[in-house]
Design a protein around this ligand. Sequence first.
Ligand SMILES: O=P(O)(O)OC[C@H]1O[C@](O)(COP(=O)(O)O)[C@@H](O)[C@@H]1O
Ligand SMILES: [Mg+2]
Ligand SMILES: [Mg+2]
Length: 295
Amino acid sequence: MATALNGAVEPVDSIIRTVARSATEIRQGLIGRRSSAAEENPSGETQLEADVWADDLLYDRLSRLEGVAQYASEEREEVLDCGDDVDVDDGVAVALDPLDGSSNLKSNNTMGTIVGIYDEPLPAPGEALLGACYVLYGPITTMVVATEDGVSEYELGGGEATVVQANVTLPDDPVVYGVGGRVPDWPPAIEAYVSRLESELKLRYGGAMIGDINQVLTYGGLFAYPTLESSPEGKLRVQFEGNPIGYILERAGGRSSDGHGSLLAVEPTELHQRTPLYVGNKAYVDLIEDILADA
Ligand SMILES: O=P(O)(O)OC[C@H]1O[C@](O)(COP(=O)(O)O)[C@@H](O)[C@@H]1O
Ligand SMILES: [Mg+2]
Ligand SMILES: [Mg+2]
């Protein structure tokens, strides 16, 4: 029997393995699916054919797995119940961003897939996560998996996940930062924060959170999609983006915050709820909380 990925127990291991096996196929299936689907997602964003296709493919595979009680994604209005054989209180709930950064598809830049596995019905707080992972469709396809055991990075190819690094931790000497949103839309506190970041770190911003997060995990630093004048809740979604990424960064020794405390402590009231997001080395996440507390 294959060893569990990153020590994950069932059904978390099956979910992560299914995502890993599907990733190469998703990457291949992006070809020819770069145009807009005629629909908007529940956050009011235009969907691409690839968003809808990847969501359907992952729903089809994950909802069949034993122990998966619920499926939800950025691309669907409602939580879906998966089969009659598992009660929502006994099984796990999966929440996905099937393609993160899909607006990068047009310009052929980095994208990802994000998965959170919760042991509570959705919407659930990040503290209910049993594990989380993301796939990065870069020059090669990699996957970062976090469980209570820590964080590991894998290369994906031919349906196999090969460990590249076990016990991934954020480097102590941070190097890079990336902050989303238009500069004129940043409140004064965010402008002050970014001034500090740019005086100490090197800018890396790619338009797909997963690409930017993987740089932070590799080199150390800070990624934020902050509160904006036009949108105090920022852009990213708690269930599908904030929680899984917060969980992974915290397990890697960093911090996550909504500007006031850990993302994992946010009690969501809506499935598609947004949140400001600040993740990375502790000192820089502490700094934004201090700046916002004084603002
Ligand atoms: O285009 P912007 O405003 O820089 O936003 C980029 C951010 O939006 C996102 O693309 C949102 O994710 P989706 O593509 O899954 O909607 C993040 O990955 C990224 O960090
Ligand atoms: Mg996303
Ligand atoms: Mg998406």
